[in-house]
Design a protein around this ligand. Structure first.
Ligand SMILES: NC(=O)c1ccc[n+]([C@@H]2O[C@H](COP(=O)([O-])OP(=O)(O)OC[C@H]3O[C@@H](n4cnc5c(N)ncnc54)[C@H](O)[C@@H]3O)[C@@H](O)[C@H]2O)c1
Length: 245
């Protein structure tokens, strides 16, 4: 029970990394509130673990986030996993797509943190974990122009936040996964011209010859959420099976 008595909000919790992390946190004794835009899948999560509370919140919507956060008194940890993968280079990314990625990948992190941080500051303790990506300031990846750009911004976000609030009991760290076998990854594979080849190509570029599983990312999240990592802040934690070696 590494997270007993911790109140944790997990975003993008209906599937993939967010879901695996919400379940791991709850199994370790945390009180978890799972947020997502997908009500149906949130209901499935509640069925898997009835202790997890769920709420439909669009993390890019100011009034949604504000009205949810206004109801929260006691929060220890925010685990923020909302993100969107745009496929293409700069010429494939028009203004609308540019702002969509900025909105989903950066603005959501700002909105959630901006509304929850004051509650953590009041307690003089808080912990924010942001899911970034190895495809960011760490590694250039083909056809991930706006994705890599926005994830690099999140790495800056984590450093800035950690620096500003280190003396006020707030920690902020990022998790930078490589390629993780999640429903959205599967969707990207299926949308390609040749899904079988796309899957093989993804796996071929993995140094360990396999993709990560969401539970493996959740294990790192568990360490960062627990008091075992109390001396850790401002860090960018790669978990990429050696992809960036
Ligand atoms: N899968 C990978 O290979 C991989 C690699 C590196 C980083 N990441 C990052 O991990 C995070 C999670 O990715 P994933 O592949 O596990 O998830 P996913 O794409 O499978 O699921 C994302 C979830 O987020 C929800 N969501 C989308 N927009 C939302 C919003 N505005 N408000 C609330 N919920 C919203 C969706 O409904 C969905 O349940 C993302 O930030 C992604 O960029 C993923």
């Amino acid at each position: 029970m590494r997270l007993e008595n911790k109140n944790i909000i997990v975003t993008a919790a209906a599937q993939g990394i967010g879901k695996a992390t919400a379940l791991t946190f709850a199994n370790e004794g945390a009180e978890v509130i799972a947020l997502d835009v997908n009500k149906e899948k949130l209901n499935e999560l509640s069925k898997e673990n009835s202790k997890i509370k769920t709420e439909v919140v669009d993390a890019t919507n100011k009034s949604d986030v504000e009205s949810f956060c206004n109801k929260i008194d006691n929060i220890d940890i925010l685990f923020h996993a909302v993100g969107f993968v745009h496929h293409g280079n700069i010429m494939d990314c028009d203004t609308e797509e540019f702002y969509r990625s900025v909105n989903v990948n950066i603005y959501s992190a700002y909105l959630m943190t901006h509304n929850l941080l004051p509650k953590m500051l009041k307690k003089k303790k808080g912990n924010i974990i942001i899911v970034s990506s190895a495809a960011s300031s760490v590694k250039g990846v083909q056809n991930r122009f706006i994705y890599g750009t926005t994830k690099a911004a999140l790495n800056g976000f984590v450093k800035a936040l950690a620096t500003d609030h280190v003396s006020q009991g707030i920690r902020c760290n990022a998790i930078l996964p490589g390629t993780v076998e999640t429903p959205s990854w599967e969707g990207r594979v299926q949308m390609s011209e040749n899904p079988k080849k796309a899957r093989e190509d993804f796996i071929a570029r993995q140094a360990m010859g396999r993709l990560a599983q969401p539970n493996e990312i959740a294990s790192m999240a568990l360490y960062l959420a627990s008091d075992e990592s109390d001396f850790v802040t401002g860090t960018l934690n790669l978990i990429d099976g050696g992809w960036t070696l």
